[in-house]
Design a protein around this ligand. Sequence first.
Ligand code: PLP
Ligand code: ZN
Length: 427
Amino acid sequence: MSLDHVETLECTLCGATYDPERVIYTCPNHDGVTGILDVTYDYDVIQDRFDAPLDGHVDSQWKYDAFLPVDTDATPVTLDEGGTDLLDAPRLGAELGVDLAVKNDGANPTGCFKDRATSVAVTKARFGGQDVVTCASTGNAAASLAGYAARAGLDARIFVPAAAPEGKLVQPRVYGADVLAVDGSYDEAYDLSLEVTDTYGWYNRNAAINPFQIEGKRTVGHELAEQTQGAVPDWIVFSMGDGCTIAGCWKGFREFAELGYVDDTPRMLGVQSAGASAIHDAFHGHDDVDDVADTLADAIAVGRPRNTLKACRALEESGGTALAVPDEDILSAVTTLGGTEGIYAEPAGAAPVAGIRRAREEGIIEAGESVVAVVTGMGLKDTAGANEAVGDVTGIAPSLDAVEATYGAPEPGATDGAAAAYTDLDG
Ligand SMILES: *Cc1c(COP(=O)(O)O)cnc(C)c1O
Ligand SMILES: [Zn+2]
């Protein structure tokens, strides 16, 4: 048994350090749960253990197990998360005026990049002998935790705002979780899940306060470093809710740069909805921070983000910045991404595309720069939202006349090409 590659849990506010073998969520020196901890590592030990070739082939995030804060004896709870494709996006890139690639993290097992973090947390929970796992979620973390808890044979009890999209409330129940729909906002569901953790001792997966959670999100940074070796992008763009994801990616990428696996780091661009823009506001030093979350991008509808500090540090250290875009732009990004590249994202997953467009208009991203948009979640969980963008379906009678009424009569010779193909087949 060994966790000797993990050095300490260090408070992001006061620098106090704690033993990583103890179950501890946040630093007790501060009110509430504001003292978010950061995991620090012994990279000599990690480098001794890490012997996978950095050849651009990533089947699963467990390729980077030497970097994950789990005991060397723990068996991973996995559904094959991570190892997602980095797809060239030439058509959308031309429209935005950048050299664009899309990291398609909606292709993770439950449809969302959160599986990276959940896999690590549930592995730790099972290895630590926990029977019950819990979290508060806008929807995706709930589905993810429920899936991995089922895989591990643990009970999942999950708190979501009652207004979450239906698909996101159904999915965790298919995985057998108890879903408690809280009559209130995500922020209220979050506070309740903390009280419950204190009272019942269930293992809390909440990304912002569980310091090990965000560590799984580093693997998207490790992967992007490996996949872009030799041509590190100028920018990596994420949407931000609690801010854990962008911070995790930055930490992973930075580690690989510090270890000399890549020779450069990207600038991070964080995108929020104008209706839930607390990290953006804090980064730009606005004081009248509004903590109401009002956006159709439900996965980033966070009024009081728990990881503003880590997110802002990632933006600052990388030389990046934050943008807030209106919901109309996010909704149109959903259909632009789908229509140009065949990638169906949920609104929070498409928000980076809206952010890139805005960053080009403001001269933050220059023409021709290389940009990776990370699509964090797939669209099928919330068809009602996307339906607003695509409009009503066209109804027709089951007759050729009805098709002609839509497209007009066929051009003369329209079927000649097909006829020629048949002739060829006949030899
Ligand atoms: C959770 C989530 C985010 C935001 O991640 P944070 O770590 O909360 O910033 C973005 N997109 C999707 C699809 C999500 O589920
Ligand atoms: Zn502290």
